[in-house]
Each structure stands twice: as C-alpha cells, then as structure tokens.
Design a protein. Structure first.
Length: 181
C-alpha cells in the first residue's frame, strides 16, 4: 500500500495556518486531507459538569495525542495530509517524530509579525488575548524546519504556491529526519 505524505504547518495561533492549509489543498493536483488540530478540539464533547483545570489539561493532551495518531494513521492508509498544529510543548513534537517514523513529512514554519498576530487575535472570538504572542516565543524552539512562510503581508494563496513548489521538489533530508537524530 502506498504511504501518504504529511505537510505539517507549525506556527502560533492566528498565524494563518488553516487559511494556508485550505489554500494549499485547493492548489494541489491530487486529493489531500486538511486536518487542523482545532478540528479535534471542535469535535470533542464538552460535558455539562465542570472539570477541574488539571482534568481539562489531561483531556486537551489526550485530544492532541489523538490528533497526532490521526495524522500518522491517515498517511499510513495512503492519504496525503496537510496538518495544522502548534508545537508549543516539546512532547507534541517528540510524539509526532515517533509516530511518523518511515513517513515523508515536511515541516513548514508559519510565521507572522507579533503586532499582526495580536491584531488577528483581537478579531477572533475563539482565542484568549495574548495566546498568539505567548506561543510565538516557544512554537519554533526545536529550531529546524524544511521551509518558512511569513503570512504577515502575504496572502494564503501566495504562501501555498511556495509550499507547493517544495512538494514538487522535496529536500533530500527533511527536518523530521534531522530532528529524529
């Protein structure tokens, strides 16, 4: 069975990862699954009872872990996948590296000016103020990637076209291969 490829878009909240993922999927000549991590948070139920903060933290970690497995599982089933994630905690990347061993993964850092992140965040009702700025300090801590796009002024379609070129000629050694050591 053919194994699919993964393009993992990593960046802070409001950087434009989902817009970029959708634009990229529209431009590619073959079918791709677009799987933002937010999808998993949206499809998870919210019980009527109040959960303690540590319980919610565990639920969120389990949800992200399920997302990691879904990305890898889709690629193992032969689907090409565009993932949209925030690698703001080391375990998220560590788990992704382990689950995608043997798969073709391109890691794209999606950057944006801090003032523009704050502006975008103010216009979204589903984000806590300051989240994007806090994530911007840690989301690229692992350092390595295959490609960087800056969405501060560039439209998603233009960024997608640049990523599509990378897919046509992927690097010989990828960031995920280097990060695995």
């Amino acid at each position: 069975m053919r194994r699919g490829r993964i393009v993992l878009l990593n960046g802070p909240s409001c950087a434009g990862k989902t817009s970029l993922a959708n634009a990229l999927a529209r431009q590619l000549p073959t079918p791709w699954l677009v799987m933002p991590v937010d999808l998993f948070h949206h499809i998870r139920s919210r019980p009527q009872s109040k959960l303690a903060p540590d319980q919610w933290q565990r639920v969120c970690q389990e949800t992200r872990s399920a997302y990691h497995r879904a990305l890898a599982g889709a690629a193992l089933a032969g689907c090409d996948v565009i993932g949209d994630h925030v690698l703001s905690e080391p375990w998220r990347l560590t788990e992704q590296l382990a689950l995608t061993s043997g798969l073709d993964v391109l890691l794209v850092h999606v950057t944006c000016d801090l003032d523009e992140l704050a502006r975008r965040e103010r216009h979204r009702s589903d984000r806590e103020p300051g989240t994007a700025r806090a994530q911007a300090d840690v989301v690229f801590a692992h350092g390595d990637c295959d490609f960087v796009v800056d969405t501060t002024q560039a439209k998603p379609e233009a960024c997608a076209a640049r990523v599509a070129v990378l897919l046509d000629s992927p690097p010989k050694g990828t960031a995920f291969e280097r990060l695995r050591g």
